[in-house]
Structure formats: structure tokens, C-alpha cells
Design a protein around this ligand. Structure first.
Ligand code: PLP
Length: 424
């Protein structure tokens, strides 16, 4: 079999005929598959079902004897902060435990920054004429949508496999309008890459035009390994403190993909100054978080080993799904030589780069055949992928059998779209 690029018109036409026949057969199967979002599968949620009976009747006292049923405890229980300190890479005293969504804490951070300004700044961000946030691409659509919804300009920066292109970042942050950068530093959503130590050092050291610049360090996949490798991620708090910029990073994480996606715990961590600043505003918004859920998590996960053991169970459920997608891409796309895909060691996504100019067409073909894919472009600011080639594949939610069907369907749609493009 020759690559698509080397096929002559006759071979292409014959391939197109075969693919069209296969595609019609696929449509005839009336599939109904959804690979749009990186959600845990029901069996993953079942892993934490023991938690639903916790902390149990009459178990409502915290380590220090507080009544978890009552108001208060704005920063979160000390035992929860101690349990997650090694995951966040921050001392317990510099961690805030929120309710079930880290995205909500990112939202609150931005709202407080816009309305009140952050430590080191001279005025609220909303009082600036224009502000911008750097968006490593491909990236997380909800990060982009959140910032865009507040009128913050989204500036794309390419990822390199080791994190964002730091020459570009250093050039762009010289502009005083650039107030922040989104980062998913480990098993990035969706590229799967982990930032190198050099990238982290450069982010910590770089000269920024804005004196109140923040790195929004969303370590959502800190625990989510798929293979045996454990990446080394340089501690951002240490790197920034050593560089003389202790207030630069704000760390986020959650147990959404550890325990329960809709009922986990979210975390924010940072310098003592940032944590005081956040709590000052958070204390106006709420009298305190759900501490029974915090107690439930401590009782269920117990210690760091408990967390890692639990994540191993997730891994055994989802690693075969990633392997099935990779096997389908390898056997059905590799021979044609036009597509590329990632083979992540962790996280929730695979990127499939199809032939330039065909990603939207692939999504439309898949939709017509009963397979919902994340809209093309969603990995880029404003939903616009200038090359129209990047697709985000989310294999965790469907069953393994469905993932195999879906992966085969994606390869067929990618091939058909590429063939159409070559014939056009
Ligand atoms: N951050 C990243 C990078 C994600 O991929 C996701 C969910 O997919 C979230 C945050 C959402 O986190 P949470 O459930 O804690 O709001």
C-alpha cells in the first residue's frame, strides 16, 4: 500500500470508492457513540462507590475536634490539606480546599482579579484598557471559554512537546497587557505532554511586563498515569520562589477524576500572600465549604498510598481504551502516512492530527455515522484551528467495545475526508 500522497488519480479514485462503500456500511450500523468529553466511565465512578456511605452516621468530627457539619473552616480541613500537599507540591498551610470543581476556583480567581486586583498589581484587572492571557495550543476549551467570557483576549502559543514555546512566551509576556498564562503542566489536555524542567524554570524566571502576572497552573492530571513511567514535573512554587517571583503561580487541582467527577474536592495553592488574598475574597462569597465531603475523602483515600492505589484501579480500566485507539490508528491510518497522533503516558486525551483542512469534515462525517466527536477547533482559542487538522479524542467514557468501534469509525472518516481532499 502506498501513502496517500504518492497515490495517482486512478488509485485514489479506487480507494475513494472502497471507503465510500465502507462508510455507507458504517452508517447502516446506526451507531450511537460519544467521544466528546473526557468524562470518567461509570465503572470508574463505581471505584469510589464505597465513599457514598462515608463519613457515616456520627462520624463528623475532624482531627482537631471541629464539627464538620457546621459552618466555617473556609480554608479546608487540615487533614485534607496535609493529605494532598504532596500532590499539589505545596505546604498544607498554602492550600485551600474548595467544593467539587477546580474550574469554579479558576473562575473565582479571575473574578477576584478582575474586580479587586491581585497582590503586586496597582489596580483591578478590569480597570485596564485591555488584558490578555496566553493560551498554549492545543489546549483545554473550558479554560479558553472562561477567559473569553470575561472579555480577556486569548493569545495562542504553540506547545512543543515540552510545554509552550518559551521563546514565544518570553516575547509575548513583555507586553504589559498580558496578565496570565494557562498551563496544564502534566499530561496536558489534550496533547498529553508534561512540561520539562527547563520550561518550568523559564516560566518562573521570565521577565514580565505586568508586575502582577500569574501562571494559572492547572495540574488536573497530577495523578493520572497510563503507563509505568512517572514524569518529573519541576515544582512551580519552588521554581518561582527561587527566581524571586513567589507570587507568580496559582496552582489548581481536583479529585474529579480520582473519586467522583461531580462530587470531588477542588484545590487552590500558592504563596502565603496569594492564599491570604484568595481567602479574603472567598470569605465574602461563602461561610465555608462542604467539610463532610472533605471528611469522606480522607476516610476513603486514607493516605498518599491510598490515593496512588486507587489511581492504579483507574489506570487498569482506561489504559486498554487508550491502547485500543492507538492500535486502530496504527493499523488503519499509519500506512497512508498523512495523520499523526499522540501516545500519551497519562491524562484523558489523544490528539489526532488529520490531513490539513479536513478536521471539520471528519467531525461531520463521524456525526452522520452516529459518532459524536469534540467539535474541530475546540482545542484552539475562539474555537478556530487555523489549519483545521487537530481532533481531540476522549476514550475514557465509552466501554472498551464501543471505543474500538469508535476508533475504527474515526479512522474511516479521517481516511475518507483525506481522500476527498486529494481528489478535490
Ligand atoms: N482542568 C482541566 C485541564 C481539565 O481537563 C478538566 C476537566 O476535563 C478540568 C480542569 C475540570 O476540573 P474540575 O472537575 O475540577 O472542575
Amino acid at each position: 500500500m502506498s501513502t496517500l500522497a504518492r497515490m495517482d488519480a486512478q488509485a485514489l479514485a479506487a480507494l475513494h470508492r472502497d471507503l465510500t462503500r465502507d462508510y455507507e456500511a458504517l452508517k447502516g450500523r446506526k451507531l450511537s457513540l460519544d467521544m466528546t468529553r473526557g468524562k470518567p466511565a461509570p465503572e470508574q465512578l463505581d471505584l469510589a462507590s464505597g465513599m457514598l456511605a462515608l463519613p457515616g452516621n456520627r462520624d463528623h468530627l475532624t482531627q482537631s475536634g471541629e464539627d464538620a457539619r457546621n459552618y466555617g473552616g473556609l480554608q479546608g480541613l487540615a487533614e485534607v490539606r496535609a493529605l494532598f500537599a504532596p500532590v499539589l507540591g505545596a505546604p498544607a498551610a498554602q492550600i485551600v480546599v474548595g467544593n467539587n470543581s477546580s474550574l469554579a476556583m479558576m473562575h473565582d480567581f479571575l473574578v477576584y482579579a478582575l474586580l479587586r486586583g491581585v497582590p503586586g498589581g496597582s489596580k483591578p484587572w478590569s480597570k485596564e484598557e485591555e488584558i490578555a492571557i496566553l493560551c498554549p495550543v492545543p489546549g483545554y476549551d473550558r479554560h479558553f471559554a472562561l477567559a473569553e467570557s470575561f472579555g480577556i483576549k486569548l493569545v495562542p502559543v504553540p506547545l512543543t512537546g515540552d510545554g509552550p514555546n518559551m521563546d514565544e512566551v518570553e516575547r509575548l509576556v513583555a507586553d504589559t497587557k498580558v496578565k496570565a498564562i494557562w498551563c496544564v503542566p502534566q499530561y496536558s489536555n489534550p496533547s498529553g505532554e508534561t512540561y520539562s524542567s527547563e520550561t518550568v524554570e523559564r516560566l518562573a524566571r521570565m521577565k514580565t511586563g505586568a508586575g502582577d502576572f500569574r501562571i494559572l497552573w492547572d495540574n488536573a492530571y497530577a495523578l493520572h498515569h497510563l503507563g509505568d513511567e512517572r514524569p518529573h514535573l519541576r515544582n512551580i512554587l519552588d521554581a518561582c520562589s527561587e527566581a524571586g517571583n513567589p507570587d507568580r503561580p496559582i496552582i489548581f487541582a481536583s479529585t474529579s477524576k480520582v473519586t467522583l467527577a461531580g462530587a470531588g474536592l477542588a484545590f487552590l495553592a500558592g504563596s502565603p500572600t496569594n492564599v491570604r488574598w484568595y481567602l479574603d475574597s472567598a470569605g465574602k462569597r461563602t461561610i465555608g465549604p462542604d467539610k463532610l465531603n472533605q471528611l469522606r475523602h480522607v476516610r476513603f483515600l486514607k493516605d498518599l498510598k491510598g490515593i496512588h492505589d486507587h489511581m492504579e484501579k483507574h489506570r487498569s480500566l482506561i489504559a486498554p481504551k487508550f491502547a485500543a485507539v492507538e492500535a486502530a490508528f496504527e493499523s488503519r491510518l499509519a500506512p497512508y502516512g498523512f495523520a499523526n497522533w499522540t501516545k500519551p503516558d497519562g491524562g484523558y486525551f489523544i490528539i489526532l492530527d488529520v490531513m490539513e483542512g479536513t478536521a471539520n469534515r471528519v467531525v461531520a462525517l463521524a456525526k452522520a455515522a452516529g459518532l459524536a466527536l469534540t467539535p474541530a477547533g475546540s482545542t484552539h482559542p475562539y474555537g478556530k484551528d487555523p489549519l483545521d487538522k487537530t481532533l481531540r479524542i476522549a476514550p475514557t467514557y465509552p466501554s472498551l467495545a464501543e471505543v474500538k468501534q469508535a476508533a475504527d469509525a474515526v479512522t474511516l472518516c479521517a481516511l475518507l475526508a483525506a481522500c476527498e481532499k486529494r481528489l478535490a
